[in-house]
Design a protein around this ligand. Sequence first.
Ligand code: HXC
Length: 258
Amino acid sequence: MAFETIIVEIEDHIALIKLNRPDALNALNSQLLRELGRALSEADANDKVRCIVLTGSEKAFAAGADIKEMSEKSFVDMFLSDFFGREGDTIARTRKPIVAAVSGYALGGGCELAMMCDFIIASDTAKFGQPEINLGVIAGIGGTQRLTKFVGKSKSMDMHLTGRFMDAEEAERSGLVSRVVPARKLMDEAMGAAAKIAEKSVLASMAVKEAVNRAYETPLSEGLLFERRLFHALFSTEDQKEGMSAFLDKREAQFRDK
Ligand code: HXC
């Protein structure tokens, strides 16, 4: 089934997913999050895809959850539907690497969505924020937890309690984003990073993702053991043999994801 709220293009082992609700600054409604979850699951299952890039428009990565959709809902509506819980879990469970390319506003659910990706490359126009407090609510798809892990308690509290926006320079300084580039270079930079990732074995990339994410969820001793077991397990792959032989033969490795 075709998508209406996102655009997906697959080329050279990269799935580029563009949020596409320009009239609402890519506000995240149920349809968009369902379609995004489906696109990510399909990219995970597609053996031609080794990396995913998620982006929005120049003006907005996403300006938050759709306030129109939420405004009349009751607690019972939100609780019974587990509003955005399932959709958020589907996105966060994606196993292949996702690079977020953020230009303009990444607010509320938009900031939370960017943080569900594996790393964020921002344009110098990017603005991050968790302004839900201005609407009388709080973040609902991970903002209080993930932003705190990225930038620490003090800055996270500041962002959530005041609702202020963080510019790209502050976001890089605080560890929220990995790189900042001029707006006109954003997509080249993100696609370049994705191309680098797509040269590698997807087995190793997926293992990196599992192991790094483990650092957020377990004590160090468990994370170290988990990493070591994955490291050992990769010695059962053809790509490990190819990668190490290529190094010793002084040639480029040709990974086959096996
Ligand atoms: C629905 C939105 C929207 C949103 C913008 N729009 N953000 N619609 N939900 N989150 C719509 C506007 O209503 C407007 O539609 C059009 O997009 C353009 O927006 P403007 O406000 O006219 O643009 P501008 O003046 O440039 O201001 C940009 C902005 C502002 C600063 C980003 O739009 C804004 O503050 N948006 C809300 C940001 C926010 O509060 N996000 C958190 C949402 S709660 P019309 O039809 O009037 O042209 C959330 C909870 C997550 O995310 C947890 C979920 C479980």
